[in-house]
Design a protein around this ligand. Structure first.
Ligand code: LLP
Length: 414
């Protein structure tokens, strides 16, 4: 969906140069049809398996994106009351919302119960007790799943690996049966699901299948003990291609290898994909302010910064850089691409081979649709970028660029 047409990089049928002139930079640009294609890939791959796919709102929570997915019947995976507010505002169906997260407040739990969400993925016995107490005092029944930790090595960046015993997430799978037994006696809840999420940006499917095997064995043991387990939530995590030599994890392959394991189990499979739906559908468009030479090093200083896209600074993440104007392959430079923020960590790329860039050129940081805008901040009092959703030739302003007044909203001078 991001391709060169007549030498100019386009998103669908809109050229990025025109967007920069009209809406300014830095700007997040999303392809609506890329999002829908990724969503449909899940639907096709899971065809025939009873399933509920809940888009992980944290990956990109813009209302326009949530609404796009809600209209195709998506469910949503949320981790806060704020995310539930967004889902409702975007027209999402609360009955297809799962509430994940390691620390939910009583207020968030009440809000979610009032809205009638599908279920809670609980991460501790204390949380189960709290949900039971709140639900029963409001004469409600909450459906819950326990998030278990299958102790699988997800082989991803340590900050986004979550499935090992030493991580803060979930409970040890070995103690799960006792917790389910005790939960069965609590009022206001039905423990009818098992959930897990072993990490994010997984390029290999094997760890996910290993987690499936371990959680399915738990489902069998729980059912044998008389517990009415109806769904298995395997979380999100399928990785996307950030580097040219990487290969995205295939949902089709994952579903094909999962299918025989689920046959005739009468179990609904739930998934919580975030990145694999939106990452490749977005870019961050930024303009070169100047080229600076310090000794041996060349710096391309751009108007976007770590406050706009934090992933390189936080995870040493790689984002491919494309010039908006298609460049002759012969002209090359090796440079660091950096932003104006006062931090050495404010870089988008280091020692990267790039086309020869000059002040005023536009570049696109690829695969920025997931964990891009949502991790942005106003650090250095920088107004956050606008977000544009492209559908064919149409441009929808999904979020306007922040103004200086936005920066001080809610503050006052004593
Ligand atoms: N479900 C749970 C319980 C999660 O914790 C996550 C992501 C997901 C689903 C969605 O995972 P996905 O399909 O997107 O891999 N900021 C980091 C990623 C953090 C992921 C946190 N949890 C990054 O930029 O790489």
């Amino acid at each position: 969906m991001f391709e060169y047409l007549q030498g100019q990089l386009h998103c669908e049928q809109v050229d990025l140069k025109t967007l920069a002139a009209r809406y300014g930079t830095p700007a997040y640009i999303y392809s609506k049809n890329a999002i829908l294609n990724h969503w449909n890939e899940y639907q096709q791959a899971l065809n025939g398996i009873p399933n509920r796919v809940c888009y992980a709102v944290k990956a990109n929570s813009n209302l326009a994106i949530l609404a796009t997915l809600a209209r195709t019947g998506a469910g949503f995976d949320i981790v806060s009351g704020g995310e539930l507010h967004r889902v409702l505002k975007a027209g999402g169906d609360p009955a297809s919302v799962v509430f994940s997260g390691v620390g939910k407040t009583a207020r968030e739990i009440s809000f979610a119960l009032d809205q009638g969400i599908h279920s809670f993925n609980c991460e501790s016995e204390t949380e189960i007790a709290l949900i039971s107490q709140i639900a029963s005092s409001n004469k409600r029944t909450a459906s819950i799943a326990l998030r278990v930790n299958p102790d699988v090595n997800a082989k991803t960046h340590p900050y986004i690996s979550t499935g090992l015993r030493e991580h803060k997430f979930g409970v040890d799978i070995a103690s799960a049966e006792d917790i389910y037994q005790r939960a069965a006696h609590l009022p206001g809840i039905t423990a009818e699901g098992v959930s897990c999420h072993i990490g994010s940006q997984l390029l290999e499917i094997d760890p996910l299948l290993e987690a499936a095997d371990k959680t399915l064995a738990l489902v069998a043991r729980l059912r044998a003990a008389g517990l009415p387990i109806r769904f298995l939530d395997l979380g999100g995590g399928l990785g996307v291609q950030y580097r040219p030599n990487e290969r995205a994890a295939s949902i089709t392959e994952f579903a094909a290898r999962l299918r025989p394991k689920l046959e005739s189990l009468n179990l609904t499979l739930m998934l919580e994909p975030g990145r694999s739906i939106v990452a490749e559908a977005g870019i961050l468009l930024t303009q070169v302010l100047l080229i600076k030479q310090n000794g041996e090093k060349t710096f391309v200083v751009v108007d976007g910064a770590m406050n706009d896209l934090l992933r390189p600074a936080l995870y040493q993440a790689h984002h491919e850089i494309l010039p908006v104007e298609e460049a002759p392959t012969s002209l090359k430079m090796t440079a660091d691409v950096v932003g104006p923020v006062c931090e050495t960590g404010d870089f988008f790329a280091r020692d990267r081979r790039l086309p020869a860039l000059k002040a005023g050129d536009l570049i696109a940081l690829r695969t920025a649709g997931a964990y891009g805008f949502v991790l942005s901040s106003n650090y250095n009092s920088r107004p956050r970028p606008c977000e544009l959703l492209i559908d064919g030739r149409r441009v929808f302003v999904a979020r306007t660029r922040e103004t200086f007044d936005d920066l001080t909203r809610g503050e006052s001078v004593p």
